[in-house]
Design a binder for this molecule. Structure first.
Ligand code: FAD
Length: 329
């Protein structure tokens, strides 16, 4: 997908949509119809498919990746975690992804490693999946350049029990540099609502003395607001701040779900627009990643409002091979 990004004009925008594998057959068939509709109407540059920590959704994630990549013809990025899974599960996921024609992996740690998995598989071949970087290195060693690899980053710092000293970008930065130097091709961020924190994060990366992030695609993660409770819970779990002005706008309508969604579309659209206006030509096309939660409406409204939906490519005539872009009616 970095080739697709590189092929865009430097001032272009693009976006990706994230989906998770549904648990039931009914859920899968609903998602299939929705994905088909969304991919035609919204035309994402690529889609991503989540992976249940520890491999809990391995089969279903690969089925969804197959639907996206093979049946719908969408450039697909498979998330893959590496902790609390055997090396065999990681190997199978990568081999299956390759068979499906999936060329993009978001290499993640997942939950902190449990003791029994800390050296599983690693003893024989020097493989030890303790951090995401171990997966990045492993994929590069085994698959060379076959996969385009993305890694996660946290504008407000990553937080969990693996480093009880608390969350900070300061702490994460050296490890993020290492992940990129180990072969990551792009960065996708945790959701955030604090635009100042995001801007500081991106500037910090772009200006990092290592030069590791100078032209690397950094794709901010945007979370459409589906309900008041949900956004309070999600920001708490993700350790992402809800700035007071956004909170008070949501608080003022919290009893009315429709109004919350409407304010949510405004809030996220404003974030997108703000990031978009601060883009610099040297960092290339500006992308956005949307955590859709498999829902259609909020993300569609945001994309429409911020003019992120690309024009429909149309063939001029049967005997002319040129393809031009025209605006949708
Ligand atoms: P790492 O890069 O390993 O970093 C984890 C923490 O450890 C960071 O604070 C880092 O600074 C620190 N660290 C890294 N290396 C070292 C080291 N050598 N020594 C000490 N500290 C170190 N989870 C899922 O289960 N499934 C998904 O599909 C999924 N998708 C995601 C998509 C995105 C865009 C993001 C941002 C997160 C996603 N996650 C997913 C969550 C992710 O698995 C967790 O946030 C996890 O806790 C950290 O993963 P990581 O890849 O950032 O880990």
């Amino acid at each position: 997908l970095t080739d697709k990004i590189a092929a865009l004009p430097p001032n272009a925008n693009y976006f990706s949509l994230e989906f998770f594998p549904p648990k039931t057959a009914m859920g899968s068939s609903n998602l299939r119809a929705r994905l088909d509709r969304m991919s035609r109407a919204l035309r994402p540059l690529f889609v991503t498919v989540t992976w249940g920590a520890g491999g809990s959704t391995a089969t279903k994630s690969l089925e969804l990746a197959e639907l996206c990549q093979r049946e719908l013809g969408l450039t697909t990025c498979l998330h893959l975690t590496c902790t609390n899974m055997s090396k065999a599960t990681v190997d199978k996921a990568l081999a299956d992804a390759r068979v499906l024609g999936v060329r993009n992996i978001l290499a993640l740690r997942g939950d902190p490693p449990r003791e029994e998995y800390k050296v599983e598989g690693g003893k024989e071949e020097g493989v030890e999946f303790e951090w995401a970087i171990d997966l990045v290195r492993y994929i590069r060693n085994v698959y060379g350049d076959y996969f385009c690899i993305g890694v996660a980053a946290y504008p407000e710092g990553h937080a969990d029990e693996s480093h009880p000293e608390g969350q900070s970008l300061e702490y994460d930065l050296p490890y993020l540099v290492e992940k990129v130097q180990a072969g990551a091709d792009f960065i996708m961020t945790q959701l955030f609502f604090d635009i100042n924190a995001y801007n500081k994060f991106e500037t910090r990366l772009r200006e990092h003395p290592s030069g590791a992030f100078k032209t690397l695609p950094i794709i901010p993660g945007m979370m459409p607001i589906q309900s008041y409770q949900m956004i309070k819970r999600t920001t708490k779990l993700s350790h992402a701040a809800l700035p007071p002005d956004i909170l008070s706008r949501l608080d003022s309508v919290k009893g009315d779900d429709e109004k919350v969604k409407k304010v949510g579309v405004e809030v996220v659209s404003e974030l997108v627009e703000s990031i978009n206006t601060s883009k610099t030509p040297s960092s290339g096309p500006r992308g956005f990643h949307f955590y859709t939660l498999n829902l259609e409406k909020a993300v569609s409204f945001i994309l429409e409002r911020t003019n992120l939906i690309p024009p429909i490519p149309v063939e001029i005539s049967s005997d002319e091979s040129a393809v031009v872009d025209v605006s949708p009616e």
